[in-house]
Design a protein around this ligand. Structure first.
Ligand SMILES: Cc1cc2nc3c(=O)[nH]c(=O)nc-3n(C[C@H](O)[C@H](O)[C@H](O)COP(=O)(O)OP(=O)(O)OC[C@H]3O[C@@H](n4cnc5c(N)ncnc54)[C@H](O)[C@@H]3O)c2cc1C
Length: 267
């Protein structure tokens, strides 16, 4: 499904107000952004791409891999937020693309599925501390489909003379996503989940075991389901990588809702 906006934004719900986001953004040292959905496309059958646009983006200076924190609705008296990685940033066009995996039945997924051109969006950003390591010669990106936007955005920022090793789990054939990586790419690129359930680390652990890692100084970036991220970090360490050459970040947790601040439950 594809749609695009050609008229003004719909009114914003009061509870997703700019004032609250401005206070939070100031505390975090980032920007409060009032945006509008400009396009909503099904990138694949399991991934929805939303293009958000607005003049506030003129001041955004995101690093590859950084995200926006979107206000969705309220959970009790708290604003419920979810974080989505900036897949593309177009400063001249004042727009960002977010790619959202359509799995589970949470408020983030429902928001992405229902968003249409003209929908108002309040966000803050850029968030996130992980970007491309400057001291590495090769870069391993491994995780599930919620990590695909971060992995591909960072892989596209790797210089052409370096190497990218890519292993991203997706539902199956036909769910691969386009990218424009300048560096040489090794590894399986896409790992089909097939009959395994989301959050099962087996397909990516098998893919990692079958992947040769290049010589020289490498850096690993791991993202996705909570337990999957832990299992992959352990496996990468077993392959000889030092902990300070690994960034790992849980994005969601099997069977549990993320907290109102967008972070997976760590309890
Ligand atoms: C820094 C950061 C960056 C992120 N970037 C992206 C991004 O670019 N794209 C993206 O799609 N997501 C991304 N995420 C994850 C995203 O923020 C949400 O966690 C995700 O969209 C699920 O939110 P929800 O409200 O739909 O589900 P929740 O309310 O958190 O959970 C509801 C139910 O759905 C299940 N569930 C949640 N996610 C999945 C899944 N992927 N597969 C199967 N079941 C699931 C949960 O286990 C739970 O049972 C990121 C998270 C972080 C912390």
């Amino acid at each position: 499904m594809t749609a695009s906006a050609d008229s003004g934004a719909a009114p914003r719900p009061d509870h997703l107000g700019r004032a609250e986001n401005e206070a939070l953004a100031e505390r975090l040292g980032v920007l409060a952004l009032s945006l509008t959905v400009e396009r909503a496309d099904d990138l694949t059958a399991s991934c929805r791409r939303l293009r958000l646009a607005g003049e506030d983006l003129a001041a955004l200076e995101p690093l590859a891999g950084q995200d926006l924190m979107i206000s969705l609705d309220t959970d009790g008296d708290r604003t419920r937020r979810r974080r989505y990685t900036i897949r593309h940033f177009d400063r001249a066009g004042r727009s960002v693309d977010l790619d959202i995996a359509l799995h589970g039945d949470g408020p983030g997924m429902r928001w992405a599925a229902a968003a249409e051109p003209g929908t108002g969006v309040e966000a803050i950003g850029p968030r996130g501390k992980v970007s491309v390591a400057q001291d590495a010669e090769w870069h391993l990106f491994i995780g599930d489909d919620s990590f695909a936007p971060a992995a591909l955005n960072m892989a596209e920022a790797v210089p052409s003379e370096q190497t990218v090793v890519l292993a991203i789990e997706i539902d199956g054939p036909g769910h691969e996503q386009p990218s424009n990586v300048r560096a040489a790419v090794l590894g399986p690129r896409w790992v089909h989940r097939n009959s395994a359930s989301p959050g099962d680390p087996a397909p990516l652990l098998d893919a990692l075991a079958a992947t040769e890692l290049p010589p020289g100084r490498g850096h690993a970036y791991i993202g996705g389901e909570h337990a999957l991220v832990t299992a992959l970090r352990d496996a990468v360490i077993e392959r000889g990588m030092e902990p300070d050459s690994i960034n790992h970040k849980p994005y969601w947790r099997l069977g549990r809702q993320n907290a109102a601040n967008g972070e997976p439950d760590r309890g």
